[in-house]
Design a protein around this ligand. Structure first.
Ligand code: ZN
Length: 139
């Protein structure tokens, strides 16, 4: 069993921006030469998350709208009293979302569904450059 840890960068617009990172993860897997195992995709930072969705215009609207409903950006957050950075909602959303996603691979292919993409969601209240870490474990 081998372990390979690599990373790539993504520019985001913040404000629950959703970026399809499936292609980058596939590229990392392809360059590793590994055939069978598990890919862990992780974003460092407390205002972003990684998950999976069908990357189509309807859901790109629905998913941020869902967060605005359950964790409104206009609500009051004690975090903003601590740091005055105005992104209390970003932290709460990121905590709920989770910072990582794991997907198995076989024959050097990610075992994703046909309409299933891996996404980075940036909840911060400003544009960011995000580092995404991919850790491959396998043979
Ligand atoms: Zn903050």
């Amino acid at each position: 069993m081998k372990i390979e840890t690599t990373s790539f960068s993504v520019e985001t617009n913040g404000h629950t921006d959703i970026i399809d990172i499936t292609g980058e993860v596939k590229k990392v897997l392809s360059e590793s030469g590994l055939r069978e195992g598990t890919a862990l995709v992780f974003v460092p930072g407390s205002t972003a998350g990684v998950t999976t969705i069908e990357y189509e215009p309807g859901l790109l609207h629905d998913y941020p709208a869902f967060f605005e409903k359950i964790i409104p950006s206009s609500s009051e957050y004690r975090h903003n009293d601590t740091w005055h950075d105005g992104n209390g909602h970003s932290h709460v959303r990121a905590a709920l979302q989770g910072a990582s996603f794991t997907v198995p691979f076989k024959s050097s292919k990610l075992l994703l569904g046909t309409w299933q993409q891996i996404i980075l969601v940036d909840f911060d209240a400003r544009a960011r450059n995000r580092k995404v870490i991919v850790q491959l474990m396998g043979n």
